[in-house]
Design a protein around this ligand. Structure first.
Ligand SMILES: NC(=O)c1ccc[n+]([C@@H]2O[C@H](COP(=O)([O-])OP(=O)(O)OC[C@H]3O[C@@H](n4cnc5c(N)ncnc54)[C@H](OP(=O)(O)O)[C@@H]3O)[C@@H](O)[C@H]2O)c1
Length: 339
């Protein structure tokens, strides 16, 4: 096999507060020879996802943590460059959990590794609208929120990869869709490009009053992506029979222990008249991914779903891009192009 040098980014130390560049380290290793059943992926695109921050803590109740010296976890799209597996051939484009590295040795036991479907869509959508964020929106809406025409849906992190898809699905279902985002530019995009009815900037001093005015008939569905103060304000507007799919807690990820922050599910359950709410992981519907993928691909090709990406060029820029993502300096889905 050709000799490959693998540029990787590993965890130098568990963060002791907000993530720092010094928490990461670049490391170069040689790629070993393939065993029977294995194939080598040259990664081309890396997805940066807020929840990965929780995995960098020493321990977490979300998913198992990344240990010091481990390659940072992450979803990738790449191309097979060598193979000893009859089902993965040189030249195949594949999705895998390769992590923050140039090359990844995979086999069929690797979690969720699969070849990309042959469709006329850019490869990056498989990290975005037809990947984890899109599926999360699809299952959170169809399996938990179950929107009805005429209902009011509020979505936090509305310009992000998950929230933007949630709101567009809500519009297709006939809901009044109220987005919440962190800048005027993001709010304009959410209304003008994605078709939400209204979007409110949570940094505005009168955010609470704007939110109340935007929901004159109360809130039937709150799609929770962030937690914190926004949950408290939306909770005051929930109608009887409201549903709250608890998808994420982004306001609380960038700290040394997420456990210290109250989880949105605990908060909503503690209300005097609690809405139907539960934390979910998209992988609960793993066996139904063919259903979500077919729906999301069709909606994209029909122009019914739109998305936006921020792409940085070069694996070495991933740590800064991830810090920027945690501070909401990105716009849409954050992706790294690996040289
Ligand atoms: N449950 C699952 O299986 C699953 C799967 C995938 C993702 N998720 C979760 O879904 C959520 C959205 O993911 P994404 O990839 O689409 O991320 P994203 O929306 O691109 O990024 C997170 C956003 O959260 C918002 N945010 C952060 N701190 C906030 C605060 N204090 N108050 C209000 N908003 C705040 C920011 O929005 P602005 O940019 O508008 O400021 C930020 O951009 C995340 O919580 C993620 O962990 C869950």
């Amino acid at each position: 096999m050709t000799h490959y040098e693998n540029n990787t980014i590993v965890l130098a130390k568990h963060p002791e507060g907000p993530l720092q560049l010094s928490d990461f380290r670049n490391q170069t290793t040689s790629v070993r020879a393939l065993e029977p059943g294995e194939f080598l992926i040259a990664n081309q695109w890396l997805s940066l996802d807020p929840y990965i921050r929780s995995r960098l803590n020493y321990s977490t109740d979300y998913v198992s943590s990344v240990q010091c010296g481990d390659v940072i976890a992450g979803e990738t799209v790449g191309v097979v460059v060598a193979s000893r597996n009859p089902n993965f051939n040189k030249g195949d484009k594949v999705f895998a959990y390769s992590g923050w590295q140039q090359y990844h040795i995979s086999n069929e036991r690797d979690f969720i590794v699969h070849t990309l479907p042959q469709v006329d869509l850019p490869d990056t959508v498989f990290l975005n609208t037809v990947g984890t964020p899109g599926r999360t929106a699809y299952f959170g809406m169809t399996r938990i929120a179950k929107p009805q025409a005429g209902e009011t849906l509020v979505v936090s992190a509305a310009s992000g990869a998950v929230g933007s898809t949630v709101g567009q699905i809500g519009k297709m279902a006939g809901c009044r869709v109220v987005g919440i985002a962190g800048s005027e530019k993001k709010c304009r995009y959410v209304v003008d490009e994605l078709g939400f009815d209204i979007c409110i900037n949570y940094h505005d001093s009168d955010f609470k009053h704007q939110l109340r005015r935007a929901c004159p008939a109360g809130v039937d569905i709150y799609f929770e992506n962030v937690g914190g103060r926004i949950s408290v304000l939306v909770a005051q507007l929930l109608n009887d029979g409201a549903r709250v799919p608890v998808c994420g807690n982004a306001a609380n990820y960038d700290r040394a222990s997420e456990i210290a922050a109250s989880s949105p599910a605990d908060f909503f359950s503690s209300l005097p008249n609690p809405p139907a709410n539960r934390f979910f992981l998209v992988t609960e519907w793993f066996k139904d991914y063919p259903e979500s993928d077919a729906w999301l691909i069709n909606a994209l090709r029909d122009g019914k779903l739109k998305y936006r990406e921020t792409i940085v060029d070069g694996l070495e820029k991933a740590p800064q891009a991830f810090i920027d993502l945690l501070n909401a300096r990105h716009f849409g889905k954050q992706i790294v192009k690996i040289k």
